[in-house]
Structure formats: structure tokens, C-alpha cells
Design a protein around this ligand. Structure first.
Ligand SMILES: C[S@@+](CC[C@H](N)C(=O)[O-])C[C@H]1O[C@@H](n2cnc3c(N)ncnc32)[C@H](O)[C@@H]1O
Length: 265
């Protein structure tokens, strides 16, 4: 009998961290002692985010879409502000907001990723494990809540900035998610949103609908692809009249879109 007959066979190799992800990770170099950095890196069987835990030591994140988001995440976006990060996963953006001066950060995730990580890579994660490991390493005060992003009103507070990265295309009701976030914004607050884009014309008021698994094999949670005009209209329906599309680009063969959606002042 094979030695690992009871182990779950990975169905897709875990991709190597790319040099570009390491450059993005260096934006919040943690600089922990090597022994602590290696312990944290090795404590989690699969990382989504690449963290620079010590000089030359990185968590091997599988995400491929980070660097271009950093342009809208300077200190002026966070300093002195309250920040909500929905779909935080390992928390790269929550910790970045804290590092860049946010006065309060709340990270929310329903840990849906546990299912698709198991389906794609045959790895069973403990929900929130990567987040907690980094939080411990940097003595973070970010509050982590296992919660559906549609329920953020239950937090009972308002935020100056809501980060909504990589999640709008993963919810069945994107209008409800935008409305939920709009409902917890402070006056003049803003949503920084990044999601799956579309190859439809930019002015097409349309949303692409994906078949289960056709964007990422065995990942059944990618439903939508958004064009700029489609996103503008969704924002307006959710009460966010000022939608600025900041960037549209192709990342690792996938269209992505980055936008700012602002509440009335
Ligand atoms: C592709 S990851 C993106 C992680 C991170 N925001 C980023 O962009 O680097 C999507 C995350 O959203 C979470 N998620 C999906 N649907 C959610 C929902 N309805 N409420 C809260 N989190 C959700 C998943 O569990 C996963 O952690």
C-alpha cells in the first residue's frame, strides 16, 4: 500500500510565488526574527497572500493580482481612518491599512475559501489560520470576524474606507453586497473595489455570467465579470453615484477591474 494512501491527493499543484508578488509583499516588509518568520510561514499549509515575513523569507502566496492595487492604497487613503476589509483571507490589505495609519481596521471573511482551496488543491485549511499567524507576528490590533460580507450592518459601526477586493464576482448578489457596504460607510466614505473584469466593451452596460469552474478549474464561486459601465450602474443602484474606474488590466490571463465608489458627503 502506498505510504500516503489516506492523504488527500492535490488535484492542482500549488503555484510558486511569483517575483511580482514578492515585490508587492515588500510594501509591508515585516522584518521578524528568522526563527519566528519561518515558524509562521510553515504553520499554514497554503497561503493566499505573500507576506515578506523576514528579509528573504516570504509566505508562498498563490494570489497573482496584487501589485497594481497598491497605487490607490497610499497612506493618504488610510491615515486616521476606519477601515473595513471584506473577504480579507490572510489579511494582506487589513495589515497594510493598519501599517499605513488606519485608526481602526475590521477584517471580515465567511471563510468560503476553505471549500475552494480543498477542491482545487486538496488542502484543508483552518479558517483564519493565516490571518491569525500574521496578526500574532506583527502584534496587530485588527479585529477579525468570521462573517458574511452581506451582514456587515451587524458590526454596528461605520467606516471611512471599505476594501472590497476579489469578492464581488464571488457573491451571488453583487447589488446586495454593494448596498451592504454602502450602508456602513460614513458620510463621504469610499469603497475601494477590485474584482473580476470583462472583455466586453467598456461602455457595455452588461455583466458576464460564468459557468461553474470555467474561470478557475474546480472553483465554482466565480459567477460574474464586470465591465466599467456595468459596475457604474451597479454602484448607482446601490446608492453610490460617484464611481471612478481607476484601472482595467489583464493579470495572469484574467481581466481585472479596480474602481473607487464614493458615498455622498
Ligand atoms: C479571492 S479571495 C480575495 C482575498 C483578498 N481580499 C484579496 O483580494 O487579496 C476572496 C475572499 O472572499 C471571501 N468571501 C467570498 N464570499 C464572501 C462573503 N459573502 N462574505 C465574506 N467573505 C467572502 C473568501 O472566503 C475569500 O477569502
Amino acid at each position: 500500500m502506498a505510504a500516503f494512501a489516506n492523504a488527500v491527493e492535490p488535484v492542482e499543484p500549488i503555484p510558486e510565488t511569483s517575483p511580482a508578488e514578492r515585490v508587492a509583499a515588500d510594501a509591508q516588509a515585516i522584518g521578524a526574527p528568522v526563527v519566528d518568520a519561518e515558524r509562521v510561514r510553515d504553520s499554514v499549509p497554503l497561503w493566499f497572500h505573500t507576506f515578506a515575513v523576514a528579509p528573504g523569507i516570504y509566505t508562498p502566496g498563490i494570489a497573482r493580482d496584487h501589485g497594481y492595487r497598491l497605487a490607490v492604497l497610499g497612506a493618504n487613503r488610510f491615515a486616521g481612518r476606519s477601515v473595513l476589509d471584506v473577504g480579507a483571507f490572510d489579511g494582506f490589505y487589513s495589515f497594510l491599512a493598519e501599517l499605513r495609519g488606519a485608526r481602526r481596521v475590521v477584517a471580515v471573511d465567511n471563510e468560503q475559501y476553505v471549500d475552494w482551496v480543498r477542491a482545487r488543491f486538496g488542502v484543508t485549511l483552518q479558517g483564519g489560520a493565516g490571518f491569525r499567524a500574521i496578526a500574532g507576528l506583527v502584534a496587530s490590533r485588527v479585529e477579525y470576524r468570521r462573517m458574511d460580507a452581506l451582514d456587515v450592518h451587524e458590526l454596528g459601526e461605520r467606516f471611512d474606507v471599505a476594501l472590497c477586493f476579489g469578492i464581488l464576482h464571488r457573491v451571488t448578489d453583487p447589488i446586495a453586497l454593494l448596498a451592504a457596504l454602502a450602508g456602513v460607510l460614513a458620510p463621504g466614505g469610499e469603497i475601494v473595489l477590485e474584482t473580476y473584469g470583462s472583455r466586453l466593451p467598456a461602455d457595455a452596460p452588461a455583466i458576464e455570467v460564468h459557468e461553474p469552474g470555467d474561470v478557475y478549474a474546480r472553483d465554482d464561486f466565480v459567477y460574474w465579470g464586470f465591465s466599467p459601465e456595468g459596475l457604474r450602474r451597479l454602484g448607482r443602484i446601490a446608492g453610490l453615484d460617484r464611481v471612478e474606474v481607476v484601472d482595467e488590466l489583464d493579470v495572469d490571463g484574467h481581466p481585472r477591474i479596480l474602481a473607487l465608489l464614493r458615498a455622498a458627503g
